[in-house]
Design a protein around this ligand. Structure first.
Ligand code: ZN
Length: 154
Protein backbone atom coordinates (compact mmCIF):
# COMPACT_ATOMS: atom_id res chain seq x y z
CA UNK A 1 0.00 0.00 0.00
CA UNK A 2 1.49 3.34 -0.92
CA UNK A 3 1.13 6.48 1.13
CA UNK A 4 -1.61 7.87 -1.08
CA UNK A 5 -3.82 4.84 -0.44
CA UNK A 6 -3.15 5.04 3.26
CA UNK A 7 -4.13 8.69 3.35
CA UNK A 8 -7.23 7.89 1.37
CA UNK A 9 -8.16 5.30 4.00
CA UNK A 10 -7.76 7.82 6.81
CA UNK A 11 -9.98 10.34 5.05
CA UNK A 12 -12.62 7.72 4.28
CA UNK A 13 -12.54 6.43 7.84
CA UNK A 14 -12.94 9.88 9.38
CA UNK A 15 -15.50 10.82 6.73
CA UNK A 16 -17.65 7.81 7.57
CA UNK A 17 -17.03 7.68 11.29
CA UNK A 18 -16.29 11.23 12.37
CA UNK A 19 -14.84 11.68 15.85
CA UNK A 20 -16.27 14.25 18.23
CA UNK A 21 -19.42 14.51 16.15
CA UNK A 22 -22.37 16.10 17.91
CA UNK A 23 -23.32 19.14 19.88
CA UNK A 24 -21.84 20.53 23.09
CA UNK A 25 -24.67 21.40 25.43
CA UNK A 26 -23.08 24.52 26.87
CA UNK A 27 -20.35 25.70 24.54
CA UNK A 28 -18.51 28.88 25.43
CA UNK A 29 -18.01 29.52 21.73
CA UNK A 30 -19.57 28.27 18.53
CA UNK A 31 -19.81 29.23 14.89
CA UNK A 32 -21.22 27.97 11.63
CA UNK A 33 -19.20 27.32 8.53
CA UNK A 34 -20.70 27.29 5.06
CA UNK A 35 -18.94 26.34 1.88
CA UNK A 36 -21.43 27.16 -0.89
CA UNK A 37 -19.17 25.78 -3.63
CA UNK A 38 -19.58 22.27 -2.29
CA UNK A 39 -22.60 22.60 -0.03
CA UNK A 40 -20.76 21.81 3.20
CA UNK A 41 -22.46 23.18 6.30
CA UNK A 42 -20.97 22.58 9.71
CA UNK A 43 -21.19 24.03 13.19
CA UNK A 44 -18.26 23.89 15.59
CA UNK A 45 -18.72 24.06 19.36
CA UNK A 46 -15.96 24.84 21.82
CA UNK A 47 -15.59 24.96 25.55
CA UNK A 48 -12.73 27.30 26.30
CA UNK A 49 -11.44 27.77 29.83
CA UNK A 50 -8.81 30.45 30.25
CA UNK A 51 -6.77 30.13 27.09
CA UNK A 52 -7.30 26.40 26.66
CA UNK A 53 -9.75 24.50 24.45
CA UNK A 54 -11.15 21.96 26.89
CA UNK A 55 -13.62 20.42 24.51
CA UNK A 56 -14.55 20.72 20.86
CA UNK A 57 -17.22 19.05 18.76
CA UNK A 58 -18.85 19.58 15.43
CA UNK A 59 -22.00 18.67 13.59
CA UNK A 60 -23.42 19.25 10.16
CA UNK A 61 -23.45 17.85 6.69
CA UNK A 62 -20.67 17.89 4.23
CA UNK A 63 -18.56 15.94 1.81
CA UNK A 64 -16.04 13.35 2.95
CA UNK A 65 -13.21 15.91 2.92
CA UNK A 66 -14.95 18.50 5.10
CA UNK A 67 -16.19 15.83 7.50
CA UNK A 68 -12.79 14.15 7.75
CA UNK A 69 -11.09 17.51 8.18
CA UNK A 70 -13.51 18.48 10.97
CA UNK A 71 -12.99 15.14 12.66
CA UNK A 72 -9.19 15.30 12.53
CA UNK A 73 -9.25 18.95 13.59
CA UNK A 74 -11.28 18.23 16.72
CA UNK A 75 -8.86 15.45 17.62
CA UNK A 76 -5.83 17.70 17.47
CA UNK A 77 -7.45 20.79 18.99
CA UNK A 78 -8.79 19.21 22.15
CA UNK A 79 -6.68 20.34 25.09
CA UNK A 80 -4.68 22.86 23.05
CA UNK A 81 -4.18 26.49 23.95
CA UNK A 82 -5.67 29.01 21.56
CA UNK A 83 -2.14 30.09 20.58
CA UNK A 84 -1.30 26.48 19.67
CA UNK A 85 -4.57 26.15 17.74
CA UNK A 86 -3.65 29.24 15.73
CA UNK A 87 -0.19 27.83 15.00
CA UNK A 88 -1.69 24.55 13.81
CA UNK A 89 -4.16 26.38 11.58
CA UNK A 90 -1.43 28.49 9.98
CA UNK A 91 0.65 25.39 9.32
CA UNK A 92 -2.29 23.40 7.94
CA UNK A 93 -3.49 26.29 5.80
CA UNK A 94 -0.05 26.73 4.29
CA UNK A 95 0.21 23.02 3.50
CA UNK A 96 -3.20 22.73 1.81
CA UNK A 97 -2.71 25.89 -0.22
CA UNK A 98 0.80 24.92 -1.23
CA UNK A 99 2.40 27.79 0.66
CA UNK A 100 5.44 27.64 2.89
CA UNK A 101 4.48 26.23 6.27
CA UNK A 102 5.67 28.40 9.15
CA UNK A 103 7.92 26.61 11.65
CA UNK A 104 6.01 24.91 14.44
CA UNK A 105 7.05 24.37 18.00
CA UNK A 106 8.28 20.81 18.40
CA UNK A 107 5.37 19.84 20.63
CA UNK A 108 2.94 20.55 17.80
CA UNK A 109 4.71 18.70 15.01
CA UNK A 110 3.06 15.39 15.76
CA UNK A 111 -0.37 17.04 15.68
CA UNK A 112 0.44 18.77 12.41
CA UNK A 113 1.55 15.42 10.96
CA UNK A 114 -1.81 13.90 11.83
CA UNK A 115 -3.44 16.43 9.49
CA UNK A 116 -1.17 15.48 6.59
CA UNK A 117 -3.65 13.06 4.99
CA UNK A 118 -5.67 16.12 4.01
CA UNK A 119 -2.86 18.01 2.37
CA UNK A 120 -3.41 16.10 -0.90
CA UNK A 121 -6.29 18.51 -1.55
CA UNK A 122 -3.81 21.17 -2.60
CA UNK A 123 -4.03 19.70 -6.10
CA UNK A 124 -7.77 20.50 -6.12
CA UNK A 125 -8.46 24.18 -5.36
CA UNK A 126 -12.20 23.64 -4.85
CA UNK A 127 -11.46 20.96 -2.26
CA UNK A 128 -9.15 23.25 -0.30
CA UNK A 129 -12.21 25.12 0.94
CA UNK A 130 -13.76 21.87 2.14
CA UNK A 131 -10.64 21.07 4.15
CA UNK A 132 -10.20 24.54 5.67
CA UNK A 133 -13.89 25.14 6.44
CA UNK A 134 -13.89 23.77 10.01
CA UNK A 135 -10.74 25.72 10.82
CA UNK A 136 -12.24 28.97 9.56
CA UNK A 137 -15.31 28.22 11.67
CA UNK A 138 -13.15 27.73 14.77
CA UNK A 139 -11.35 31.00 14.07
CA UNK A 140 -14.71 32.73 13.73
CA UNK A 141 -15.97 31.16 16.96
CA UNK A 142 -12.92 32.35 18.87
CA UNK A 143 -13.15 35.93 17.67
CA UNK A 144 -14.00 38.21 20.48
CA UNK A 145 -17.68 38.82 20.93
CA UNK A 146 -18.62 36.41 18.16
CA UNK A 147 -21.43 34.07 19.11
CA UNK A 148 -22.96 31.80 16.54
CA UNK A 149 -21.43 33.67 13.65
CA UNK A 150 -21.49 32.19 10.15
CA UNK A 151 -18.32 32.15 8.13
CA UNK A 152 -18.42 31.55 4.39
CA UNK A 153 -15.44 30.28 2.48
CA UNK A 154 -15.46 32.99 -0.16
ZN1 ZN B 1 -16.90 19.77 0.51
Amino acid sequence: MDLRDLYQDIILDHGRHPRNFGKLEHPSHFAHGHNPLCGDKITVYLTVAGDRIEDVKFEGRGCAISTASSSLMTEVLKGKTIADANQLFRSFHAKVTGGAAPPLSEALEEDADRLDPLTGVKAYPVRVKCATLPWHAVQAALEEGAVGKTVKTE
